[in-house]
Structure formats: structure tokens, C-alpha cells
Design a protein around this ligand. Structure first.
Ligand code: FAD
Ligand code: GLY
Length: 372
């Protein structure tokens, strides 16, 4: 017999698993199809910063409130998911120090510093907080609320909690095709066919295939990021330090995650020696003591980038039953709860802030390049 679901989600990264969780909480009959192991792609590469302030350089009107709502959601989720799944998401307080070495850096921090949740610290105050930070710093923006989590733990906790609430999870089930059939859709995998009233494409950087299949000309570009982790035996670093897209994130297990490169259009998920070299060099300029720490691990992943670096979250422009939740670029961990909630609200036809619907809709326009 063919299985029927109210919602089929394609992709079991943090975005798909968050959607499964929020829908299952509403007692929706949900199935999630993941082509590999749940959480094993971009999600497993992330550092886990919930950088609502630190990753938001200019869009304080729309992106920032959306990101903040997601950041707030985590403070409740850590208990909610633990209660359901028994899993610890590695929520770690402490916040981020965005380092400034010179006038140019200080100027770049001005918009971040305009938020009342961000404090300027002069260099003495930075060293008091983090004595091992480079003697070259001029100061830092301190953002206490940009905490961090362990991405794979969050993804697993979402998936397990969704399953406990009744969602069906299918791992190693790549979806090959989506076909319309009367008022529903047929989802084709290599070995099965299921029917669903709604389909949510949450396949990260691989979502381009489904945009094409569903008649849309949208392209996601991979931006490869390489990271490594080291063992901070003395557990000296308490807060994340960040400068120019590079960061050192302390985890609760005594590891420091150091990242990350930004390599556009590279689909190869292996780490390169030059990539690791470059982030070690950068890390040493922020925290010279890393030079003596012992290597733990290294990895790479592909950030799913859209043309304006904002996610696509919304309905297919012509097919009400198809939704997309993809393209979260540098902020998929941060934005997972707000995305799961927004997709659930769209499916349940609840009111959503119109500026979020507009900003993330699928048929927003790509600005035309004007040649001079
Ligand atoms: P993915 O995790 O890639 O999940 C998509 C899933 O879809 C995959 O598991 C894939 O196997 C599956 N799939 C694809 N095609 C199919 C198919 N046909 N059928 C079934 N399944 C399919 N974000 C933050 O917020 N904070 C950070 O600190 C942070 N650090 C990062 C550091 C690095 C180095 C990188 C690379 C990214 C970082 N990010 C961070 C970004 C974050 O990792 C991504 O935005 C997020 O993981 C995207 O989640 P996703 O679920 O959309 O994608
Ligand atoms: N948000 C951190 C990264 O994408 O590297």
C-alpha cells in the first residue's frame, strides 16, 4: 500500500529536522527523507555560533529581528528538546568578542555597536576578559547574547524529538522526483513512492535540482568552509573570538573550533592543506596560544548561498502545496528554529510578519547588474 502523509520534507539537515519537529508538535503527519545520514552535510560542518548580531552586518530591519527570534527560541529549545529526546544541544553561554585591530575594523563594527545589546570594550577590558587574546587588538565589540550550540546535537535532538512526536524519518532515502497528482504530490525514491499534501524542499545546496524540476530558475552556489578543532587543555578561552569571517569557538568538551575558509563554487567536500594553513595562520593572530595546542580534527562543508545571501522560505509561486526552506548560507544553525516555525505557520495558514514573507519569498527579484 502506498503511504500517505500530510507533509513530506526533503532533506534531513538542521533545517529539515527543525521543520519536522515544529510540524510534529502541531500533530501533523510528517515524513522526512534524507539521502544520507541525518545531519551529515553542511550541518555537521558548522561551528554553531548563534550570531544574530555578529553575522548581521547591515540588514537590521528584517534579517536581524528574524535572526533574533530564532536566537531567543534556542533558550527555550535547549530544555524542551532535552526533555523530549534526552539529548544535550551543547548550549554554551559566554558570547562573542568581535575583535578590532585598527580604525578600519572599528568603523566596520559601527552598525553592530549601534545595537543596545552590544558593548564596546577597550583593549584592557578585552584582556581582562580573555587574557590570551593577541596583544595587537585595539578593542572589541562584546555581544553576550550571541551564544553557541553543537549543530549535530541540535539536529539529532530535533530529529529524535520529531520522531517521538510521531514523525516518520527515512535515512539513506534520496528523493528522485516530485510529481503532481490531483490535489497532492507523489514523492519518488529509489525503492518507494509516497503521497503528500505538502512537500517542503530543505535539501541545502542540493535544492537547485528541485527548483529546476519544479520549473524555477533558482540557483544555489556552494561556499565551501574548512574548519579544524584543537584541544584547549587549560580551557583558557571562555568566549568566541571573531575577526574578518574567522573565529575560534570554545565548546563545552574542551575543544576549540577554528574556522573557516570561504571558497565560492567549490563542490569538493574535502579539506585542502592550504585551507587549513590559512585558518591556522589567522587563528594565531587572534589567539597566539593556539600554536601549542594539540590537533583534534578537521572537516569541510558547503554553505548554501542564494543570490542575496538570504534564505528562500516560502511557497512555490504557482504551487501552493510546494514550499522551500533553503539557502541559509552562513546562518542555518542560527535560523533553524525560526525557519521551522515559519514553514509550520505557512502550512497552517497562520499570520506571519509580512516583511519576513516578502524578504524570504521564492520569487523575489535578483537585482539586475547595470554596466557602466
Ligand atoms: P544541510 O545540512 O546540507 O542539509 C541538507 C540535507 O539534504 C543533506 O543532509 C542532504 O544529504 C539532503 N539531501 C540533498 N538532496 C537530497 C535528496 N534528493 N533527497 C533527500 N535528501 C537530500 N551556521 C550558523 O548558524 N552558525 C555557524 O556557526 C555556522 N558555521 C558554519 C561553518 C562552516 C564551515 C559551514 C560550511 C557552515 C556554517 N554554518 C553556520 C552554516 C550552516 O551549516 C548551514 O547554513 C546549515 O547547515 C544549512 O542547513 P541545511 O539543512 O539547509 O543543509
Ligand atoms: N557562520 C560561520 C560560517 O559560516 O563560517
Amino acid at each position: 500500500m502506498k503511504q500517505k502523509f500530510e507533509v513530506a520534507i526533503i532533506g534531513g539537515g538542521i533545517i529539515g529536522c527543525s521543520i519536522a519537529y515544529y510540524l510534529a508538535k502541531e500533530k501533523m503527519n510528517v515524513a522526512l527523507f534524507e539521502g544520507n545520514q541525518i545531519g551529515s552535510k553542511s550541518t555537521s560542518a558548522a561551528a554553531g555560533m548563534l550570531g544574530a548580531h555578529s553575522e548581521c552586518d547591515e540588514d537590521f530591519d528584517v534579517f536581524f529581528p528574524f535572526a533574533r527570534s530564532s536566537q531567543y527560541a534556542y533558550s527555550q529549545l535547549k530544555e524542551e528538546l532535552h526533555h523530549l529526546s534526552g539529548l544535550d544541544i551543547g548550549y554554551r553561554k559566554g558570547g562573542i568578542l568581535k575583535l578590532a585591530y585598527n580604525e578600519k575594523d572599528i568603523n566596520e563594527l559601527r552598525s553592530t555597536l549601534s545595537q543596545h545589546t552590544v558593548k564596546w570594550l577597550d583593549k584592557e577590558a578585552v584582556w581582562e576578559m580573555e587574557p590570551d587574546v593577541s596583544s595587537e587588538v585595539a578593542g572589541a565589540a562584546y555581544i553576550e547574547e550571541d551564544v553557541n550550540v553543537v549543530p549535530t546535537a541540535v539536529c539529532e535532538a530535533f530529529a529524535k524529538s520529531a520522531q517521538i512526536l510521531g514523525a516518520s524519518l527515512f535515512e539513506f532515502y534520496p528523493v528522485l522526483d516530485i510529481q503532481k497528482q490531483d490535489n497532492s504530490y507523489l514523492i519518488q525514491t529509489a525503492t518507494s513512492q509516497v503521497e503528500a499534501k505538502h512537500v517542503v524542499v530543505a535539501s541545502g545546496v542540493w535544492s537547485t535540482t528541485f527548483f529546476k524540476q519544479l520549473g524555477l530558475d533558482h540557483q544555489l552556489t556552494p561556499v565551501k568552509g574548512e574548519c579544524l578543532s584543537v584541544i584547549d587543555e587549560k580551557a583558557t578561552l571562555k568566549k568566541t573570538i571573531f575577526h574578518d569571517h574567522c573565529y575560534i569557538v570554545p565548546r563545552n568538551n574542551g575543544r576549540l573550533v577554528i574556522g573557516a575558509t570561504m571558497i565560492e563554487n567549490d563542490w569538493n567536500e574535502r579539506v585542502s592543506l592550504s585551507g587549513i594553513d590559512s585558518i591556522i595562520a589567522k587563528a594565531k593572530t587572534m589567539l597566539p596560544t593556539v600554536a601549542d595546542m594539540k590537533m583534534d580534527s578537521f572537516w569541510a562543508g558547503l554553505r548554501p548561498q542564494t543570490f542575496d545571501q538570504k534564505p528562500f522560505i516560502g511557497h512555490h509561486p504557482e504551487e501552493e502545496g510546494i514550499l522551500f526552506a533553503t539557502g541559509h548560507y552562513r546562518n542555518g544553525i542560527l535560523l533553524a528554529p525560526a525557519t521551522g516555525q515559519m514553514i509550520t505557520d505557512l502550512i497552517l495558514k497562520r499570520q506571519i510578519k509580512s516583511e519576513w514573507v516578502e524578504a524570504f519569498k521564492i520569487d523575489r527579484h535578483q537585482p539586475l547588474l547595470v554596466s557602466r
